[in-house]
Design a protein around this ligand. Structure first.
Ligand code: BES
Ligand code: MN
Ligand code: ZN
Length: 501
């Protein structure tokens, strides 16, 4: 969808959007329009339950005295509800409410709001960003869509004072949206299309934005001793890969200043469970078991797109977990790149095996300031937190707090769970240094304890995103399907703390 910004004022035809505060107090532009229509807006408000609350809207169709097709009045709520996040959601709701209404553009009048710090331009940029995020669709495989099933709306125009500055702010937000869309595409693609090699090639496309991209194949990973990752992929005919992405937007020196931050993603392009095979019902969901890797790749796109002033490394471990004549067996013992040995008691606990080598490799090669990994790691996190928080596990309170705050700011919420020696003991093995599953309880925590054994003393956080990577319901800025959870969150983490301005 195209987005443009223009000076205050509204077109005389088509669909226009104006606003009202809590108590249905019309904005300046809305008042003008109300007069022009002989009070049609106030009458419509009186005849409905519209009170100008946030989330409310009212449509006045073809008002007399104008050539307009529709006036949509949206509620802003109280002054303290006019926030960055709420304006994004408003943009999403405007998109959803008008996308079938008209071919071409919808005009949105954004007026300054009394007692609100954000300027009209700031509000306009956030509305535009929210509308853009909501406009995502994955319909490339639908060959028989009728025009009426597709959105007619092709662009929005935001009218406000300070529109040039709004346009500039939006340029940056649009780059983040591009990263989000890239992740949503990767996560939505089926596993016959996206597998380790093709996912690596998608990551390689970031080179045109200035990201350095290296792809390691099985021979290289074998030389590096990545027995944990390779064991997971050995039952698949698809070659396992590891992709290393580097964005150098920060200091170029070799000292502490230039030390990068690192993001690591689980990229199981399909998880059958392997020999410990999953039940068939719902197994199709396991196409998005690469959601962590997808988020890291989209994050790198967002950061490079907006030329973030930070040094960032993204590493993704890409494998397909299949049963087969060469598949890993329960009871196999593998040696990880760190030298630690692992007894694989359940081949369906594969994500941690992939991350064990990806985390060790990243730590060893880059000595990063911190590592954050993202993984659709456990079904148990869905039992604990459902789909409204991702699980956060960390060995570092400051990193945890920064992540949690960034998550609140972009509404990708995190909830911290404990790590503890007592849980760590649960993965000690009789035959090897550790086993890849714990006992009956605390499944998400024992998975996190497992990862912790591969990060040394580096500040580290693990985000278990199994419950939030895919959504079954539309939210204002996240249509159902792949959410790209983590892209906006980690972009914000970098912007808040790791960019020199
Ligand atoms: N990819 C799954 C976790 C998952 C489950 C993600 C449901 C999204 C939705 C992971 O590889 C897995 O299979 N975990 C097992 C671990 C168990 C064998 C210890 C699980 O959660 O059942
Ligand atoms: Mn699994
Ligand atoms: Zn998995």
């Amino acid at each position: 969808m195209k987005t443009s910004f223009a000076k205050p004022g509204l077109p005389t035809t088509g669909i226009v959007v104006v606003s009202a505060n809590a108590g249905s107090k019309l904005s300046a532009t809305a008042s003008k329009l109300n007069k022009k229509t002989g009070g049609a807006l106030t009458r419509a408000i009186k005849a409905s339950n519209f009170e100008g609350k946030k989330g409310q809207s009212l449509n006045v169709m073809a008002p007399a005295g104008t050539r307009l097709d529709r006036v949509m009045v949206v509620g802003l709520g109280k002054a303290d509800e006019v926030t960055e996040l709420e304006m994004q959601k408003l943009g999403g709701r405007i998109y959803a409410g008008t996308k079938q209404g008209i071919k071409g553009t919808v005009a949105i009048a954004v007026d300054a709001v009394k007692d609100v710090k954000m300027s009209a331009g700031d509000i306009a940029a956030e509305i535009a960003y929210g509308a853009q995020l909501r406009s995502y669709r994955f319909d490339k495989y639908k060959t028989k869509q009728k025009p009426k099933d597709k959105p007619k709306l092709k662009s929005i125009t935001l009218h406000c004072t300070g529109f040039a500055k709004a346009r500039k702010n939006y340029t940056r937000l649009g780059k983040i949206a591009n990263g989000v869309f890239f992740t949503r595409d990767l996560v939505s693609e089926p596993s016959n299309v996206i597998y380790p090699d093709t996912l690596a090639k998608q990551a390689k496309s970031l080179e045109k934005l200035g990201v350095k991209v290296q792809i390691l194949g099985e021979a290289q990973m074998r030389r590096l001793g990545m027995g944990a990752l390779l064991g997971v992929g050995q039952g698949s005919i698809r070659e396992s890969k590891m992709v290393v992405m580097q964005w150098q937007g920060g200091p170029k020196s070799r000292g502490k200043e230039a030390q990068p931050v690192a993001f690591v993603g689980k990229g199981v392009t399909f998880d059958t469970g392997g020999i410990s095979i999953k039940p068939s019902a719902g197994m199709e969901d396991m196409k998005w078991d690469m959601g962590g890797a997808g988020a890291v790749i989209g994050l790198m796109k967002a950061l490079a797109g907006r030329k973030a002033k930070a040094n960032v490394v993204g590493v993704v471990g890409l494998v397909e977990n299949m049963p087969g004549g060469n598949a890993q067996r329960p009871g196999d013992i593998v040696t990880s790149m760190s030298g630690q040995t692992i007894e694989v008691l359940n081949t369906d606990a594969e994500g941690r095996l992939v991350l064990a080598d990806a985390l060790h490799y990243t730590n060893n090669r880059f000595k990063p300031k911190f590592m954050v990994n993202l993984a659709t790691l456990t079904g148990a996190i869905i039992v604990s937190l459902g789909s409204h928080h991702a699980g956060l596990f960390s060995n570092n309170d400051q990193l945890s707090e920064r992540l949690t705050k960034a998550g609140t700011e972009v509404e990708e919420k995190l909830w911290r769970l404990p790590l503890d020696e007592a849980y760590d003991k649960m993965i000690n093995s009789q035959a090897a240094d550790m086993q890849n599953i714990g006992g009956r309880g605390a499944g998400s925590i024992t998975a996190a304890q497992f990862l912790q054994r591969f990060v040394g003393k580096t500040p580290w956080a693990h985000l278990d995103i199994a419950g939030v990577t895919w959504s079954k319901t539309d939210a204002p800025t996240v249509p159902k399907g792949g959410t790209a959870f983590g892209v906006r969150l980690l972009d914000r983490l970098v912007a808040n703390h790791y960019e020199k301005s």
